[in-house]
Write a protein that binds this ligand. Structure first.
Ligand code: NAP
Length: 292
């Protein structure tokens, strides 16, 4: 065999192995009951309460609703008292679960004492770190944006003592690529993913699941309530799907569709993403979608 043939053969083998592993991941996501089974009592076995930051709207509200359907009482935290109470009433009426609300602004450092006091002595089984701030819906360069983690520290000691618990950190699909024009947002989500991965390594042996969920499009106020379509989910659809993947490792897209999308965007060469042409059309596409 000539050296050129050996190089081609090695390159071919590596490519087949790379895509084979990806394909296996997709197959496992399809057969989730087989590979990632959750018992009916899984959620309630973790504890009585679930805490959801940003739980008054969008994806957070959907997590609160879905977890209460699984028998958990929920505590939702966000800034607007009226929105919180409305969400709490809806959840209580539709599921019969108990709902507590905490008003807090996560951009302020002085509110963790207040949260800690409100959560004291509660049997917290799940924390969903969902609050995220997208500085501008339309993609824009860093200098065009306005300025802008301690929840784990509050709930982890109790989980560690009880030897059970789940922490879900909501990231974003755009953390998977160098995403220009959402620079701060995408970079902060990469932080969330690394933070979560390291925390999982620290606490896995204590029986605590720590996972990042990285959706692409979900129709909420953050994304201008885009019309749901093949790749854009409603918050409820997304959350329902993502909770099924709790045992699927420390990172998940939360749905098969977004996993495939993630695979596709990661195949785009970085030079394309960084080109002016791409940035121009990306901004134009999102702006037109928002206007619709
Ligand atoms: N929607 C998507 O397509 C998408 C895609 C990928 C990732 N994500 C991620 O999913 C998470 C939820 O997004 P979403 O689309 O559901 O957003 P959303 O509909 O705008 O809801 C945001 C929630 O967070 C609360 N909130 C916002 N800023 C806050 C602050 N400073 N302090 C306390 N609470 C605050 C809001 O209530 P108040 O305004 O009353 O405080 C609301 O309950 C975020 O981390 C986002 O990055 C979303």
């Amino acid at each position: 065999m000539t050296p050129t043939e050996i190089i081609f053969m090695l390159a071919g083998t590596c490519t087949v192995m790379f895509f084979g592993v990806k394909l296996l991941g997709l197959v496992m996501m399809l057969a989730l009951k087989l590979y990632y089974p959750l018992s009916v009592s899984f959620f309630t076995s973790l504890g009585k309460w679930a805490v959801v930051t940003g739980g008054s709207d969008g994806i957070g509200r959907a997590y609160a609703q879905e977890l209460s359907k699984h028998g958990m009482n929920v505590i939702i935290i966000s800034r607007n008292q009226e929105k919180l109470e409305r969400a709490a009433r809806n959840i209580e009426l539709s599921t019969g679960a108990k709902v507590k609300v905490i008003t807090a602004d996560f951009t302020k450092d002085d509110m963790y004492g207040h949260i800690m006091k409100s959560l004291e002595d509660l049997d917290i089984g799940i924390l969903v770190n969902n609050v995220g701030i997208l500085p501008s819906q339309v993609p824009c360069r860093l200098l065009e944006t306005a300025d802008l983690e301690k929840m784990c520290r509050i709930v982890l000691p109790g989980m560690q003592e009880r030897g059970r618990g789940v922490i879900l950190n909501v990231s974003s699909g755009i953390a998977k690529i160098p995403c220009p024009m959402y620079t701060l947002y995408a970079a902060s989500k990469v932080f969330v993913e690394r933070f979560s991965q390291c925390l999982q390594a620290d606490y896995k042996s204590k029986g605590i699941i720590i996972q990042t969920v990285a959706p692409f499009g979900v129709s909420t106020s953050m994304t201008g309530h885009q019309r749901p379509d093949m790749v854009t989910f409603t918050a409820e659809e997304f959350v329902k799907s993502s909770l099924k993947y709790l045992r699927a490792g420390d990172q998940t897209y939360g749905s098969l569709t977004h996993a495939i999308l993630g695979w596709m965007v990661q195949a785009i060469p970085t030079w394309v993403l960084q080109s002016e042409v791409f940035q121009y059309h990306f901004k134009k596409y999102v702006t037109e979608r928002m206007e619709k």
